[in-house]
Design a protein around this ligand. Structure first.
Ligand code: GDP
Ligand code: MG
Length: 301
């Protein structure tokens, strides 16, 4: 037993697109949470685990702070709220590349005055100039009870070791919640569906991405051929979205499939045979029944 061993839960919150999922992946050194320039990419609460000799940090990635517009949005908001509950530390991630909004500043102030200690991570300093950044960070000086502010680049892993050092001071207990080599609470199957969703987000624009879900029909390892056989549905909420995802002569779907296959091969460390199908389920984001079928179950939060 290591008497100096400390562990604890750390919630990542902030507006969509601030870089929470990128920061989570960078902190644990593996891609477990998908990233895209589209707001509300993250839909579930995802745990990322970092274990070293003296500590275990369990990061809770959340969909972030926004106003829900439908049943899926309500599920996402609940994921965020339950992600913060009971943690030892909250990290508010803010995009340092843009002027801080009053919204953000008010939320930071209200978290700073809450029960759980608050650190602010000002992200994207790789694309923000010195003076501009200083001017924005100055706005945080007036807010009492912020424990500390770190200027980081999640994308380039800049200042993350300082941030980690800072986090250590807030770990409160000595339990080993996860095995040393665990990196997440999510299954490989879940990450596979998320990778497929990420590629759709990255390769289609505007209204389509918000309305898609991904489910697995099959995911088995064929021992004889040494290959994963994966068969998945991309669910769209309007018939008009189907041709957009399939593209001319199937070109778009082919590209989605081939990019997804490469990422999944990376994740699983083996060859993958991937089949994708596009299905229409009208207005699934507003149907509690279809939400559960697609894997967003409020009761599990
Ligand atoms: P989330 O919604 O807060 O989880 O944000 P994501 O992690 O999905 O990132 C949103 C967008 O910001 C993506 O396009 C990321 O590539 C980008 N991004 C995240 N961190 C950084 C960073 O440190 N620097 C730059 N330049 N871009 C970043
Ligand atoms: Mg995210």
């Amino acid at each position: 037993m290591n008497e100096n061993f400390k562990s604890g839960f750390v919630a990542l919150i902030g507006k969509p697109n601030a870089g929470k999922s990128t920061l989570l992946n960078a902190l644990i050194g593996q891609k477990i949470s998908i990233v895209s320039p589209k707001p509300q990419t993250t839909r579930n609460k995802i745990l990322g685990v970092l274990t070293e000799d003296n500590f275990q940090m369990i990061f809770v990635d959340t969909p972030g702070l926004f106003s829900p517009q439908n049943a899926l949005g309500q599920y996402m908001k609940k994921s965020t709220d339950s992600g913060v509950k009971g943690t030892d530390l909250v990290i508010y991630v803010i995009d340092g590349h843009k002027p801080f909004s009053d919204d953000d500043l008010q939320r930071i102030e209200s978290y700073a005055n809450g029960q759980i200690p608050l650190i602010v991570a000002v992200n994207k300093i790789d694309i923000t100039q010195g003076e501009k950044l200083v001017k924005e960070v100055d706005k945080l000086n007036g807010i009492k009870n912020i424990k500390s502010v770190y200027c980081v680049s999640a994308q380039n892993s800049k200042n993350l070791s300082e941030l980690k050092e800072g986090i250590k001071g807030f770990l409160t207990d000595g339990n080993r919640y996860f095995e040393d080599d665990d990196v997440t609470d999510k299954s490989q199957a879940f990450i596979v569906t998320e990778i497929i969703r990420e590629k759709v987000l990255l390769l289609t624009d505007e209204e389509v991405p918000h309305g898609i879900g991904v489910t697995l029909n099959k995911m088995v390892f064929n021992e004889v051929r040494s290959i994963w056989e994966i068969d998945a549905n991309i669910i769209v909420e309007k018939a008009g979205h189907k041709p957009i995802i399939i593209g001319k002569k199937g070109a778009k779907l082919k590209e989605i499939g081939s990019r997804a296959r490469m990422s999944i091969e990376n994740l699983l460390g083996a060859k993958v045979f991937l089949s994708l199908w596009v299905k229409v389920k009208d207005d699934w984001r507003n149907s509690e029944f279809l939400l559960r079928e697609i894997g967003y179950n409020k009761k599990e939060l």
